[in-house]
Structure formats: C-alpha cells, structure tokens
Design a protein around this ligand. Structure first.
Ligand code: ME8
Length: 683
C-alpha cells in the first residue's frame, strides 16, 4: 500500500463517462482540468499518462438503448464516438481512451474479479433491497425509497448476487485515511467519506442477474459484474492489467498506482471507499490522490441531462474557442466548489482577461518590435527600477504559480499570472515606447524602446509559458510570435522545469503578429444562448421523432404538463388515421399511484410516484386543480410508459398519465372496473 509520489512519472484519470447521453459542459470541465494538469506535468519533464474513456455497461445504459430502440452496443458506439469527437475538437491530449466494452477491459476486469474471489473476499448470497438505476447504486430503505443521491424512486431488486466483503475493510480504510491525509480532497469530500465509513460498511453486492448488459462473472455467466466494479477497474485495465503482452505489463508496472483520480464530487464514495477496498482485497497498490471537482451549475441547478439544463462545450468552442472555455472554467471556479456557468460571465471574462488583457498586450509588444526593430528582439541593456520591479513580479508569478496549480488552485494560479499581465501592461503604458518627447535624442529613444520592449516581451514569455497548460492554442501562437518555435516541442523538452527570467535572447527573430483573442461583440452571449436553444429544440424534436409517443403533441411541448395537453385536444374525432403499427409503438401500462404531492409554486402540477410492477418512476401531471393529491394515492391509472423523459419545474417526468378531456370540467383519469395487475399492457 503506497501513496508516496513517484517524482518522474504521473498517471492521471478522468471519470469514465456514462454513454447514456451526449457530453455537456460538466463532462468537459473534468476533462479540461485533467488536460491542463497533463500539459503542465509533461512540460515539467514528467513522464505523464492521461487516461479518459467511457462507461458503457449496466442497467442504465441498457435501458437508455432500449428507449432509443437500438442494441446497447450500437448505442454505446454512437455515444462513445460523441465523447471522443468532442475531446478531439477541444484538443484534449489524452494518451489513451478506454471503453469498458473493449476486450482488454473485460479481460482485466475478470482477472480482478477472480483475484477478489480467490483471496476470499467474494461470496454468493441473495440481495433483496433497493437500487437506483440512475446512479447504479444500492440504497438502504424500504420499497419506494427515494435515492439519497438523485432523489429518484428506487426499484426493488431481489436476486442472487455475489457479494464483496466490504465490511471487512471498515477499520482498514479508516487507518488508511489517517495515514494518508492527502489521499482524498477537498476537505468536504474527506469529511463526508470518513463519516460514511464510520457509519458502518455493509457487504456490497457486486454482480447482477436480472439483466445481461455487462461483463460476465467468470465461471458463472448468468451473473454480470456490478457496473461500478466494472467501471473502476478501467483505471488499471487501460494500463494493461490482465494482459499477457509484455508491453502492457510494463506500462502497468510503470504507471500504477494512479497519481490522481479526478472525479466529480458525487462519485467520491465509489472512488474513496469501494475502490481502495477492492484494491486492498486484491493486494494491489492504492491510488495516491483522489480529488473531487464541484458542480457546474446552470439555471440554478447542477448541469445534467436529466434536468435538461445543459450547455454544450461545442457551442463555446465554436464561438470563442476552446482556450476561452478552459480559461473561464479554471479561472472562475475555485476548484472543489460549485460554480455558476453563464454566457454573460464567460464573455465578460473573455473580453477583460483574454482580449483586452493578454491578447492586447502581446499584440502591442509584437507589433512594436516589428515596427521599431525590424522584428528582432532588441537588447534590453541595463535595468532601471521599473524593469527590476517587473522582473520581480515575473519571478513572483513563477514562484506562486506552480504550488498553487499543483494544489489544483487553478484560480489562484491564474490570478498570479494575470497580475503579471496587468503589471506589464502598466509598465508599457507608463514608459510609452511609442512616444518620443522633444527633449529625448534619437539614440536615447531607441535605447528606451529597446529596454521597454525587450522587458515587456520577456514578461510575455513568462506569462505564456505559465499559462500554456490552460490556454495551449494561444500560447502556441505567442510562442511563435516571440520567435521561440513550437511550444509543444519545448514542452516535450520539459521547458517549464527551468523557467527563469531572461530566456528571450537579443537578436531572436520574431514571428508575424497574429490575432489571439478578437474582442467579443455585444451580442456574443446572446448568440451562444441561441445556438443552445436551437440545439435543445432539435434534440427535443429528435427525441420526439424517435419516441414511440411522438404522435402526441406533448412530446414536442416539454413545458406543458401531460394531462393538460390531453385536455386541450380537439373535441371532435378529427385525428388522422394511424396504422396498428403506429399504435403498437405506444406503450400503455397500468400503474398505481404511490405518492402524490403538489409542487411548490406550480398550481397545475402534481408530482406522482407510480408503481408499474416491474419498476417505479416519477411522472408529473397537470391535474392539481382537479384532484386532491391524498385522494389519488393507491389509485390505478393508465400511463404512456415509453414517453421520452421531460423536465418540468426542475422535476423529470417519465411518462404521461391518461385522462378523458371533459368540456368545462375536470379531466377524468382512465381506470378499470376489473382487478388488473400492475404493469399490464393496454393493446
Ligand atoms: O458518474 N459539473 O459518469 P457520468 C461538474 N460513469 N462535473 C460534472 C457535471 C457538472 N454539472 N456533470 C458531469 C459516472 N460532471 C460514472 C463514472 S468512473 C469509474 C465512473 C463530470 O457520465 C464529473 O466529473 O455521470 C462527474 O463525476 C462525471 O462527469 C460523471 O459522469
């Protein structure tokens, strides 16, 4: 069990993302953080391996594929390609990309499972309890219990499972946390995890038998391995764990254990409790650090597909470029805390710090070096107190940046560099090399211009080197303009490990000036907003087309509560004819209302939790004006079970209740006179 850091190699990972939906800015945030770290580590001369990938098994993916009407593998192929495409577009520098449906992963995962079993940590049992499919999490509680993580209704699982002896690791984990205070962070995560473990650990079910989309348990193929054990193992299987190939084995030996698992805060328990316990049980070294980023919020809530409040990284990339996005996320959000995303704030930061700040500084200096010195770096000559002050600021930025960045305080690290930008700007303005007072001779003027421009250019070089991991595209352009060649080549040679004032030599031929960050026009935020709106509109349309329930106007009008839509239907039977196949696409089912409650500040909506027999789910219905919630509990109703999920007032509705529309009166809920079993299909 080791967590001491190896000085010259670094293995870091993002979570592997579920392929149940397309990537959004929240996913991009974690990946960008890792990418910035990877770029800096490499530029420090550290042998770095940066892994990302996709989590493709489990009930959640199987169901998403089913809803989309395709095979899980096809579904995973399509969405995984979206993630890879986005990372390529954003210029992410990952060294590998693991998909849990790859052979290399399955082989490694099965080896880990066998190791756990052979070492006596796995036994067969029977699980009866609650399960949250959205979080792929076993939940303590009675049937109908709400998932503590996402608030959805859990499902009752009752099946033969393999169990992992997690309870045997309670003390060992607490001792490990104590001995390795740096293992997990930030402090809030550390406290939460420790209190979870202190609360007692029960053995964990690590296989499922009620569905098949997963990796089979070796020797007992009707079980598939629990998707979190499957997913966590990616960090080792991608390196080569479980492979017979000597090259893979060497990579695993070299890079395992991971130096940093970067995760979102909601998955700390899996990474800080289950994962180290699995590794202890298998006799493998534990990761050195796990760090949780906070949530990116948009419209008051965590940006997530189920809330429907997402922004896509592509939008920002198309309009302002990926450097702008990287800079904004790392500068604006203190790492570990939740942070608001808004287009206005993005544009404001972009203009202030990148267009008017760094970009403008570079453009002024490079242009003047071309204008006054034919594009060759002038000789600075002797320092006056102004140059000494700027050099001291640059040296302070170098000294402050590294420790702050390495502690993941990106915001602080960037502040220190951008205060150097501001100082260099002030220095330039104060010394105005473009002005020539009458009392100054030609020779004196040239000397001043040389000193000021050379000093400002050197400050720009320092800013650029430090900012490179955060704004790599801009840094590459500036590096060329300063006549330093390709920054990626310099990074390969570890140029950040010996960054010091004075690297820009007199006589160096500068490159051509090129724009870095064109000023964003007034309507930029609005434009991005519009792109997003258009996109979500087309996503809804696509979902509506795909959804079996697309024939109802409700699918295309997400804001309208289902029953209200029904009540607005034309009163005469004037609907166009459909075929039996069309009708067969609508999955109408009998359900029973378990919970019914009003939604604060929504006078028309009721939130219902309904039991379909085979699963429980939440639906919203626009019947609050007509029914007392208490009176609905226990009532059997009919729902459209395969309607695409829709979000209303922050709640997800997974289906639509059927009611007869009565002129001027309340809608009457569809029901039965005979006894009908839950989940029965209407056809
Ligand atoms: O949890 N703000 O996958 P996932 C910040 N497959 N980060 C966010 C975010 C937001 N609004 N939304 C998503 C899973 N993320 C599992 C992980 S790892 C072995 C298995 C980021 O698709 C954040 O890093 O739900 C979060 O942990 C991750 O995406 C969750 O992605």
């Amino acid at each position: 069990m080791t967590t001491s850091s190896h000085p010259n190699r670094f293995f870091l990972t993002t979570p592997i993302y579920y392929v149940n939906a397309r990537p959004h800015l929240g996913h991009a945030y974690s990946t960008i953080v890792c990418d910035a770290i990877a770029l800096r580590k490499r530029a420090l001369g550290i042998d770095t391996w940066f892994l990302t990938g996709t989590d493709e098994h489990g009930q959640k993916i199987e169901r998403s594929a089913e809803k989309a009407g395709c095979q899980p593998q096809d579904f995973a192929d399509a969405l995984s390609a979206e993630f890879r495409g986005l990372w390529r577009q954003l210029g992410i520098s990952n060294d590998d990309y693991i998909r849990t449906t790859e052979e290399r992963h399955k082989r490694g995962l099965q080896k880990l499972f066998v190791a756990l079993r052979d070492r006596g940590y796995i036994y067969k049992g029977y699980y009866t309890g609650q399960y949250c499919v959205s979080d792929e999490l076993y939940v303590d509680g009675a049937p109908g219990a709400i998932c503590p993580d996402c608030g959805r209704v859990t499902e009752t699982v009752s099946e033969e499972n393999y169990f992992f002896k997690l309870s045997a690791f309670e003390r060992k984990l607490l001792e490990f946390y104590e001995a390795h205070p740096d293992f997990m962070g930030p402090e809030s995560t550390r406290r939460e995890v420790i209190s979870f473990v202190r609360g007692g650990l029960k053995d964990l079910s690590v296989s499922r038998t009620s569905f098949s989309w997963g990796v089979p348990v070796p020797g007992d193929e009707k079980h598939v391995i629990y998707v979190w054990l499957d997913a966590l193992a990616n960090y080792m299987t991608a390196l080569g764990y479980g492979s017979d190939d000597p090259e893979d084995q060497a990579r695993f030996e070299k890079f395992w254990p991971a130096d940093l698992h970067l995760i979102g805060k909601e998955i700390s328990r899996f990474h800080c409790v289950y994962w180290p316990a699995f590794l202890m049980a298998a006799g493998l070294p534990l990761p050195r650090r796990v760090r949780a980023n906070g949530w990116l919020l948009f419209d008051q809530g965590k940006m997530s597909k189920s809330r429907g409040n997402i922004v896509r990284a592509e939008t920002v990339h198309t309009v302002l470029g990926s450097d702008a996005l990287r800079y904004f996320l790392l500068r604006e959000i203190p790492f570990g805390q939740d942070g608001n995303f808004s287009f206005d704030a993005l544009v404001q930061r972009y203009n202030a710090d990148l267009a008017n700040g760094y970009g403008n500084l570079v453009s002024r200096v490079v242009n003047m070096v071309h204008k006054y010195f034919g594009g060759a770096m002038p000789e600075a000559g002797a320092e006056t107190p102004a140059e000494t002050a700027l050099r001291a600021s640059a040296e302070k930025a170098i000294a402050d940046f590294g420790p702050a960045f390495d502690e993941l305080n990106f915001s602080e690290a960037l502040k220190s560099v951008w205060s150097l930008v501001a100082e260099a700007d002030g220095y330039l303005t104060a010394n105005a090399p473009w002005k020539k007072p009458a009392e100054r001779s030609e020779a004196e003027q040239t000397k001043l211009q040389a000193r000021v421009l050379a000093t400002a250019a050197e400050a720009i070089r320092i800013v650029t080197a430090l900012a490179y991991p955060i704004v790599p595209e801009a840094a590459a352009k500036v590096w060329r303009q300063l006549g330093q060649g390709e920054i990626a080549e310099a990074a390969k040679l570890g140029f950040l490990s010996n960054l010091a004032w004075g690297g820009l030599k007199a006589g160096t031929k500068f490159g051509e000036p090129a724009p870095l960050f064109p000023r964003a026009e007034k309507d930029t935020a609005e434009r991005m907003q519009k792109i997003e709106e258009e996109n979500s509109k087309s996503a809804i349309e696509a979902a509506a087309k795909q959804s079996a329930a697309s024939a109802t106007p409700a699918a295309a009008q997400p804001e309208k509560p289902a029953a209200a839509v029904v009540a607005e239907q034309p009163k005469t039977a004037s609907s166009p004819t459909i075929t039996i196949d069309d009708f067969a696409k609508v999955d109408l089912r009998v359900a029973q209302i378990l919970v019914a409650e009003r939604i604060p500040k929504a006078d028309k909506l009721l939130r219902l939790e309904v039991d379909l027999g085979y699963e429980k789910r939440q639906i919203l219905a626009g019947i609050a004006q007509y029914y007392e919630p208490e009176k609905l509990i226990g009532r059997k109703i009919v729902i459209v079970a395969n309607l695409a999920p829709r979000k209303m007032r922050g709640f997800e509705s997974n289906g639509m209740l059927l009611a007869a529309s009565l002129e001027g009166g309340s809608p009457a809920l569809a029901g039965f006179l005979e006894e009908v079993p839950l989940g029965a299909r209407l056809k």
